[in-house]
Design a protein around this ligand. Structure first.
Ligand SMILES: [Zn+2]
Length: 193
């Protein structure tokens, strides 16, 4: 998806849920801080993992709670808190790593709003799918991958695949994930099956 398309999707969807917005805002705050440091010559941001994690913990925890309320299954509070914390840390590590690489490459758009918006959309989708996975797990149900309509070949190769929650879906090129998103801006979902 192009950056402009991402912005459009985002603006069309913000009214539906604020999780995307809150996560995007946290990303934007992180990127602004990174940008200032990058201007001072900093290129290694992985030293900020704990700090970045703290920025994402609140919006992600809220998103997990909201998604769990809508879910069919009964997910206990500890499981949710653990999932939110792990998600926040993974996200912090991934963003700091990528920012460092992009700063070294001198890549454009590293600190742009569209990148933050993409993070909001992708991570809110990850929350939804993780909660569907935990919910299915609590009910002893299977999970089925439902690819988005214009899915990439990798995602399409998973369409309709079923498995026990906690096991990984493996794409035709060998990438393994327990639930979507498979890549930034992936719009695939999992459903109970
Ligand atoms: Zn996908």
């Amino acid at each position: 998806m192009k950056a402009t398309d991402v912005l459009e999707v985002f603006r069309a969807e913000v009214s539906r849920s604020s999780a995307e917005t809150k996560i995007a805002q946290a990303a934007q705050r992180l990127f602004r801080t990174q940008e200032q440091e990058a201007e001072n010559g900093k290129t290694k941001f992985t030293t900020w993992n704990t700090r970045a994690m703290a920025m994402f913990l609140k919006p992600l925890s809220d998103a997990y709670l909201a998604a769990a309320k809508r879910a069919k299954g009964d997910i206990d509070a500890n499981t949710l808190a653990t999932a939110a914390k792990a998600h926040a840390m993974d996200l912090a590590e991934a963003l700091n790593q990528t920012t460092g690489e992009w700063v070294k490459e001198g890549r454009e758009g590293t600190f742009d709003e569209s990148r933050a918006v993409g993070v909001g959309l992708t991570e809110a989708s990850r929350v939804e799918n993780n909660v569907t996975k935990l919910s299915a797990q609590s009910r002893g149900k299977s999970l089925k991958w439902v690819a988005e309509r214009n899915a990439c070949p990798e995602c399409r190769s998973l369409h309709g695949k079923k498995l026990v929650p906690g096991k990984s879906f493996v794409t035709k090129s060998g990438t393994a994930v327990e639930a979507p998103p498979l890549h930034p801006n992936c719009r695939c979902i999992v459903k109970e099956a």
